[in-house]
Write a new protein. Sequence first.
Length: 115
Amino acid sequence: MLRRRNTKHYRRLKESARVLVHARLGYFNAFYGHTVGKVFIKNTKSRWGSCSSKGNLNFNYKIVLLPPEVADYLIVHELCHLREFNHGPAFWSLVAAACPNYRAARAALRAIERI
């Protein structure tokens, strides 16, 4: 029964999440200028987002439920993986360029995960 309710929740919020992600990707990518492949909104259990080697970006549909600054951090994080496919210093410099408060947003995301 829990799975069924989760699927309904996903279907209800998926399109809102898609609209949010595309709008914010457009906003931030005007700064970065990366080539974005496809964008997927998924019902994942343990990931908020990911970036494939083909340049596709994946986001959890629950991004639409996050505070705006945390959702923006998540979008910038995955967008920056299009240039730096790791979490090294160059990656975090890219993130900080568009999201200077990324440390606080990252901490907030981790706190939300523990709920």
